[in-house]
Ligand binder design. Structure first.
Ligand SMILES: [Zn+2]
Ligand SMILES: [Zn+2]
Length: 285
């Protein structure tokens, strides 16, 4: 079986400076346009919900909470895709989406030097189709209003994700942010540290991280990776950590038992009574 040290020896990472230089003026312009459009669409949605007779505080509160959980999952899913598949050489996607993920593993403090636009532009861009849908959906019943509010809340938290992620990498975040991290209402730094341990293959959720443990217990991402490899033949993390390390890791995780199955086995073993006769009952009377 592959040990962590062997894996670290074979781990190859790309040059941080080259990755940082991939941020072009065209990408920045696209990010600014995305932020402006995102704020406009979210404001339009709030305006539509505000005057709607089907809107209630409970409906909005549950939409906000469920949207938070959904955003945490989406953050994990998108982060996993960016970390695991594709390469920085791919046209359009490579420079705009994959580059930031690869840069983040090589230079995790770079995000703390990114300004508001570079931190939040990407997430605004990917949220735009959902924002348009949330604004255009009919609002004729409580159910429809809830769907719209849920989508609007989810993308609001998706937009906040990189900001929460950035704060988790700061040595001295603002006092209020430090408090929210300590009570685990946003992504705490020590929780996120688990992801930043090579080979970067768990705890992908970066909005608040509440979904990380449940997803790890059911081996959600390793199972998806095995399925994708089976269908496409692609090796996960090949571009991020190098072919050799990626292959070793793939073999190691292919034979691993999901934690929830392991825990169930242990529980069953504990519950099964010991069938070997004890010394006292074996003794002749
Ligand atoms: Zn990552
Ligand atoms: Zn990070």
């Amino acid at each position: 079986m592959t040990t962590k040290n062997e894996l670290k020896n074979h781990l190859r990472q790309q040059d941080a400076t080259a990755l940082a230089q991939g941020y072009s003026p065209a990408i920045r312009a696209m990010e600014i346009a995305s932020i402006v459009s995102f704020v406009g669409l979210e404001s339009a949605l709030v305006w539509r919900l505000w005057g709607n007779p089907h809107t209630s505080p409970w409906l909005l509160l549950s939409a906000l909470l469920l949207g938070y959980l959904a955003a945490d999952f989406v953050s994990g899913f998108v982060h996993w895709m960016g970390d695991t598949w594709g390469s920085t050489d791919m046209p359009v996607l490579g420079k705009a989406f994959i580059r930031p993920f690869r840069e983040h593993h090589v230079d995790e403090k770079a995000i703390t030097r990114h300004d508001f636009v570079e931190t939040n532009g990407n997430n605004c861009l990917v949220s735009l189709p959902v924002a348009i849908l949330a604004v255009l959906l009919p609002h004729a019943s409580s159910g429809q209003v809830f769907v719209s509010a849920f989508l609007g809340a989810m993308i609001f938290w998706v937009m906040a994700t990189n900001q929460f992620h950035k704060w988790s990498h700061m040595d001295h975040p603002p006092a209020l942010i430090g408090f929210l991290q300590r009570v685990h209402l946003i992504l705490p730094p020590d929780h996120h540290r688990i992801h930043h341990t090579a080979p970067f293959n768990k705890y992908y959720c970066i909005t608040v991280g509440w979904m990380n443990k449940p997803l790890m217990m059911i081996a959600f991402f390793p199972t998806l990776e095995r399925l994708i490899t089976l269908v496409t033949g692609l090796i996960p993390r090949k571009d991020d950590i190098g072919t050799e390390a990626a292959l070793e890791l793939f073999e190691a995780t292919s034979t691993a038992t999901p934690p929830v199955v392991q825990a169930a086995k242990e529980l069953l073993e504990e519950a099964t009574p010991d069938e070997t006769p004890s010394v006292s009952s074996a003794r002749p009377s």
